[in-house]
Design a protein around this ligand. Structure first.
Ligand SMILES: O=C(O)c1ccccc1NCC(=O)[C@H](O)[C@H](O)COP(=O)(O)O
Length: 212
């Protein structure tokens, strides 16, 4: 069963929505973004989050010790590196934390994914390359770049309740990750979160497998 991550939560209402629909992960964006939250905002939001949902902290080329602090204070349960972080950075981070690390790669060619698979992160996240924007683009990438042997990866980039079934059946991700596709007017939309999570569950059911 593909897991679900809803990224870019920043309001108490967003936390109430995810507590109701129970994705596996949510994301707090600490990088420059319209979805950015401060450490103190994230601490308050995390306090209201169901214990069964893991909070990923999303970072772009942040100082390692800033991430370590958030981990040690249990504000985040997973680290998502969404910038140009290289293997040395990942190793240094992993020496200092026990939380799993997701490394995002935004492939332009197949080889970018092969290089990503060599990182010592616990998971790879594949997202859309878009000049000048590190994430949250709302645009899908060419899934045919994903090699057959890729596993344990998060699939992101322009997912929504209409294309996620196809994405799961074609790409077989460990987890599907969404932000723009569950927003209306720049804010998380309860109806879209519900529809997305239902679409993921349906995609995994026998009905769609035999009808695709
Ligand atoms: O969401 C952002 O604003 C963001 C900004 C900078 C780095 C990463 C960011 N988001 C990371 C995510 O995990 C998003 O869910 C992922 O990029 C997919 O976004 P979308 O295409 O909007 O579904």
């Amino acid at each position: 069963m593909a897991k679900v991550k809803i990224c870019g939560l920043r309001r108490e209402e967003d936390i109430m929505i995810v507590n109701r629909y129970q994705p596996d992960y949510i994301g707090f964006v600490f990088a420059e973004s319209k979805r950015k939250v401060t450490k103190e905002e994230a601490r308050k939001l995390k306090a209201g989050l169901d214990k069964s949902i893991k909070a990923a902290g999303v970072f772009v080329n942040a100082p390692v010790m800033d991430i370590v602090e958030l981990c040690r204070e249990n504000i985040i349960d997973v680290v998502q590196l969404h910038g140009d972080e290289e293997e040395g950075y990942i190793r240094e981070l992993k020496k200092n934390i026990s939380q799993p690390v997701i490394k995002a790669v935004r492939p332009r060619v197949k080889e970018d994914i092969q290089q990503g698979l060599a990182f010592s992160s616990d998971y790879l996240l594949l997202d859309t390359y878009f000049e000048g924007q590190f994430g949250g683009t709302g645009k899908p990438f060419d899934w045919s770049m994903i090699p057959q042997n890729a596993e344990n990866f998060f699939l992101a980039g322009g997912l929504n309740s209409s294309n996620v079934k196809e994405a799961i059946l074609i790409c077989h991700p460990f987890c599907v990750d969404i932000s723009s596709g569950v927003e209306t007017g720049g804010f998380k939309d309860e109806g879209k979160v519900k529809a997305f999570i239902e679409a993921v569950r349906l995609a995994e059911s026998g009905y769609f497998k035999t009808n695709f």
